[in-house]
Ligand binder design. Structure first.
Ligand code: CU
Ligand code: ZN
Length: 177
């Protein structure tokens, strides 16, 4: 289209280039969100936001309905929470083909966010900047899912950290900034 306009005249060509540049800029996603719903037999729910910041993506999670203590917290391959046990979400998001690991490890699944820790009231808050997550490109988490697990992620067992059943699942979508 821009090529055809460029044949009409320089002015039309310049307009077309500006329009295309604006379209690209408008497509940049700066924030995304996952609303987590309980799996069958669970009451765990919550909201996780992912915001582009200097040095990576800031992850802020508030989860309710947990047993006190640590629970595995990951991004899984597919934004499909339709199965009653959320197995439809697939495995950990792993575009580099690495082994499972801790969130601060160089070699890890991109989806390895470690654990969230619930207090005596069953509430967990998580807030950290992650260097491997992205909202575009090969590491983009848009359209994938967040899963909270029954047990702690031991940060080393393959391929899942031995975190047990899936208690809540939410697809990651584009959020209003
Ligand atoms: Cu998981
Ligand atoms: Zn993993």
């Amino acid at each position: 289209m821009s090529v055809r306009l460029c044949r009409i005249g320089l002015m039309a060509c310049a307009v077309a280039v500006v329009l295309v540049a604006n379209a690209v800029r408008a497509a940049e996603v700066k924030k995304s969100v996952a609303v987590l719903q309980p799996t069958k037999g669970s009451t765990v729910n919550g909201v996780v936001t992912f915001t582009k910041v200097e040095g990576g993506v800031r992850v802020v999670a508030d989860i309710n309905g947990l047993t006190p203590g640590e629970h595995g917290f990951h991004i899984h391959d597919f934004g499909d929470c339709s199965a009653p046990d959320a197995t439809s979400a697939g495995g950990h998001f792993n575009p580099e083909g690495h082994q499972h690991g801790a969130p601060d490890a160089e070699m890890r699944h991109v989806g390895d966010l470690g654990n969230i820790t619930a207090d005596a009231g069953g509430k967990a808050h998580y807030d950290r900047v992650d260097k491997q997550l992205a909202l575009e490109g090969d590491h983009s988490i848009i359209g994938r899912s967040v899963i909270v697990h029954e047990q702690a992620d031991d940060l080393k067992s393959q391929p899942t950290g031995n975190a047990g059943a899936r208690l809540a699942c939410g697809a990651i979508g584009v959020a209003k900034e």
